[in-house]
Design a protein. Structure first.
Length: 526
């Protein structure tokens, strides 16, 4: 390892430790319980399968097609950090176990940074470009925030990036007539299967593979027919090992491999008709207009990325003058996200919670956009990217822990909490529990009082002696007062409770903005 790479590895390690610390200090996300439930039901099913040969509990489970691949990575980390998390977070044992998963999410995101950096070097042949681009990637508030809490989309994004790099290197080796080791083929097949085990939509990685092959066919004079004959054994190794890994990593396939096709059908139109507040309108996930993708990308992507992406016509000639390998890398990264979004629109795929289901496309868009600026003018690249990276670092502190809701400057011309979805995963629960404890202590309120909310706050409050927790939807039928109620997640859009005193509003502000973005209300009802 060179001295330069060693320094970068040390810096990445420091970044990872800092991110892990933030991760175990955050709240419990809305999906944390559901993800843990999926894992426990699958784990019980695995045990039953090996002891009785059947696992009816898993077959009957509604969300049996939700992949559990990331749990295989996260479980050892969760147990290793459980004691530390319980001490730091102040949550219950079970709550700390859920929060510890956040650390595993951040670690895998940090691993993705390595592959982002390698891809950046491949397409630019520039250390400075790769370094600055990677800094922007890892400090981009939207991804940095999700990396602290999101056990589904961040692992999927990370493994997608790993697969993209591995396959592009594989194609590069074929074109350069380099020897390809069987172990590298097996590694590629494993990560391809592992991506699908995280989320069944990982099957679309083969779209990227196909796009890469088509680009390679059209940009080289290599005789691919002879290559296919020459590599027939490697191709066979890939598909056999891929199918084997796919079967092993998805327990629901064990009783019937055809469940693979059922899972694609089920998850493609997942029956969760969630409303996502978009420019003030409630857009239902099962009936989305095509504009949904472009609206959210316009407000979620950094302005510099949007600017860079549309520079393509100005730098097109420079791209096509590049060497063959660089062209293949670049065009794959350019065409893949466009093609996948168009396929999602045509297939009317159900999405919600802004663009988190297509988050895996963001690194490719970043690489293309930043390279466009770099090729247009290197001085302009440094002039735009260095302030951007510094701004992202500051912004992450300004809006912590709500970075995952980050919106760009275009969105800030609107009243954000009335126009866009904010804190849809309920990270505000940790700050709310602190305020509940402060209020009950300073006002001598008995901790036997019932707390009405999204119930996730219970994992923090039980350690302070609270024992009565109910959903906010039960508030209208509440017969016993006094009580405490809080509105967060999508309850923030509900009407305020009757005859209650507002005791706290959870808000945050963007850097250089005076707009207060409200994510939660806390009420005392007597």
């Amino acid at each position: 390892m060179t001295k330069k790479n060693l320094i970068l590895l040390i810096l990445l390690t420091i970044y990872t430790l800092f991110g892990v610390w933030l991760s175990i200090n955050t709240g419990i996300s809305h999906d944390a319980y559901h993800e843990q439930k999926n894992w426990l039901i699958n784990l019980e099913g695995i045990k039953l399968f090996f002891t009785t040969g059947e696992y009816q509990n898993l077959i009957d489970y509604r969300d049996k097609y939700h992949g559990i691949g990331f749990h295989l990575f996260s479980q050892p980390i969760q147990f290793a950090l459980l004691s530390l998390t319980e001490m730091v977070s102040g949550a219950s044992f079970y709550g700390s176990y859920l929060i510890a998963k956040n650390a595993a999410v951040f670690i895998i995101f940090s691993i993705s940074a390595i592959f982002f950096y390698l891809l950046a070097q491949k397409i630019s042949k520039s250390f400075n470009f790769a370094l600055i681009s990677t800094i922007i990637y890892i400090f981009y508030p939207y991804l940095f925030g999700h990396a602290q809490i999101n056990p589904k989309d961040i692992p999927f994004l990370s493994v997608w990036l790993i697969n993209s790099y591995l396959f592009l290197v594989f194609i590069e080796n074929i074109i350069n007539d380099n020897k390809i080791k069987i172990i590298n083929i097996i590694i590629l097949s494993f990560f391809s299967a592992y991506l699908i085990s995280i989320r069944i939509s990982g099957i679309i990685i083969f779209i990227l593979y196909l796009i890469t092959l088509l680009i390679a066919f059209n940009n080289t004079t290599v005789d691919f027919k002879s290559i296919i004959k020459k590599c027939s054994n490697l191709i066979l190794y890939f598909f056999i090992s891929f199918l084997l890994f796919l079967f092993i990593l998805n327990p629901v396939f064990w009783h019937n491999p055809l469940e693979f096709f059922n899972s694609i059908k089920w998850m493609g139109k997942y029956q969760q008709n969630v409303c996502t507040l978009t420019l003030g309108d409630c857009l239902k996930s099962l009936n989305l207009p095509a504009s949904y993708y472009f609206i959210w990308l316009f407000f979620k992507l950094p302005v510099i990325i949007i600017f860079g992406f549309f520079l393509f016509p100005l730098i097109e000639n420079k791209i096509f003058k590049k060497d063959t390998i660089t062209k293949i890398y670049y065009l794959t990264l350019l065409i893949s996200p466009i093609s996948i979004i168009l396929i999602f629109i045509l297939k009317d795929i159900a999405l919600y919670d802004e663009i988190r289901h297509i988050m895996f496309l963001i690194p490719m868009i970043f690489l293309v956009s930043l390279l466009n600026i770099f090729l247009l003018n290197k001085k302009l690249f440094y002039l735009m990217t260095i302030p951007c990276a510094l701004f992202f670092m500051v912004e992450n502190f300004s809006i912590n822990p709500y970075q995952y809701t980050w919106l760009n400057s275009f969105a800030k011309t609107n009243k954000i909490d009335k126009t866009f979805e904010v804190d849809y995963w309920g990270i505000s629960n940790k700050n709310l529990q602190k305020k509940i404890i402060e209020y009950t202590s300073s006002n001598s309120v008995n901790n036997e009082i019932c707390v009405y909310g999204d119930t996730y706050v219970r994992e923090f409050l039980v350690k302070s002696g609270f024992s009565c927790f109910k959903n906010y939807t039960e508030l209208d039928s509440a017969k016993v007062r006094p009580l405490i109620a809080y509105q967060n997640v999508r309850n923030i859009k509900r009407s305020n409770p009757r005859d209650c005193e507002l005791i706290y509003e959870e808000k945050y502000q963007y850097t250089f903005s005076n707009q207060n973005i409200k994510v939660a209300n806390l009420w005392y009802c007597n």
